[in-house]
Ligand binder design. Sequence first.
Ligand SMILES: Cc1ncc(COP(=O)(O)O)c(C=O)c1O
Length: 506
Amino acid sequence: MSHEASLRADRDAPRDRHRANRSIRLEHAHAPYAESLQRYAGRIEVRAGVPGHVGDLDRGVADLLGDALAWDIPPLTDGIDTEPDGGPSALDAARALAADAWGARRTWFLTNGASQGNLTACLALRHHGEHIVVTRSMHSSVTDGMAMAGLSPITVMPHVDPIRGMAHGITPDELDAALAAHPEAGAAWVVSPSYFGAVSDIGGLARIAHHHGVPLVVDEAWGAHFGFHPDLPVNALRLGADLVVSSTHKLGGSLGQSAMLHLGHGEFADELGANIDRALRMTSSTSESSLLLAGLDLARRDLVTRTDRITDSIAAVDRVRDVLRADSRFAIATDDIGDDPAIHGIDPLRLVVDTRGTGLTGHEARQRLFHDHGVHVEMSTDAVVVALVGAGSRIDEYALIRAFTSLPHGIARDVVVHALPRPGERVLDLRTAAFAETDVVSAGEAIGRISADSLAAYPPGVPNVLPGELITADVVDFLTASAEAPHGYVRGAIDPDMNVLRVVRT
Ligand SMILES: Cc1ncc(COP(=O)(O)O)c(C=O)c1O
């Protein structure tokens, strides 16, 4: 599931449960999920979201699906996962090739997404101490991983564009300040690229982390394809990161839910490698899908050997961008973020289009693109629509251009911007708060209490309160305003309308 889709699922869960209780008819002759999937897929003309293979039938992973049932074999099969003489297996060879392709000392294949990579990395990092400096825009799996591992976060605010609802990275200076103020931190953790394709100065961040004697972990979920073409950003491992989480299915072309974890070459590699082996056993199924593993192998093969296809993907997105740039209704949001010191590069396979000149919010434009033209894009905020093309995938750029240019001419509506509130003070460690006994209280009564949940208003999706932090009046006002806004929602809330919050019982 894509980030956006998982956010929507999370937001809608309580409403869906309510709806489900009212209206589900138990008719076993139906397969409601599969049937609606089939209907939805049948309506799509252009796919411009994850997984990055975008349903392209000319990719390696498509071969897998032709024979999907035959290729679905159990793990520990001799000749594939193991060799009777104890030598390297085909799976070992596939992982070694992936490590070579990304420049890693070792690579692990993951069948539960980059989320599994984040959980695993948190468990492994606990050996480096309890405290960790982390960009506050971390994925929810990092918060969960910290709760599981008993890690205590020292958070650094990412740079945020509040109008377009975009959160980006942090600068090396900001990391330096956080590590200098917190010598107890055992690791540094950043997210790059952002959901909008903004790449941080990973080389600079790695130098700062190493100067402070700690490893740098990069959640490069959205940059699995980096380093496989001269026009793509260099990948984080080659810039000095010690551990990199990569969501290969996003733009790297493997099947949904498949991902990789890459180990760097620096001084932390021996210890991290051993700890990851151990942590991975806690987060993996003993029946990993051979289809997902094979898809990772094929995606790596295509990324390394089919550079010409990546050239075509980049050229197609460039052409769409050029057409929209020339149309006064649109702005390419990534064109004017160059002054932000936290942004060191941009992923050219992201198309971030500000649609306000059409008189439509990004959300409304996204709905029209799908309903009127069958164009499925990755996500939207109040101001922008984000489309993407996987590295090496083909997209019908003319259909994409037709759909965008069919949007109306209108008067841009202002986006209502509420400044991000400062998070409240941490008064309890994250794990204790996450597993504490709780009370459910009204939003007003929650002020001054300790949050048991992580609550993040979208956009921009930076957690406004984490478990163990005090809930302030400003945070409650911001979360309530976000929940009330059209298309706004609060991830992690037990009540989508934010009437009640879950707090630690005192
Ligand atoms: C920054 C970041 N890290 C990790 C993940 C989790 O990736 P996956 O869906 O592969 O589990 C996401 C999901 O979108 C993400 O945005």
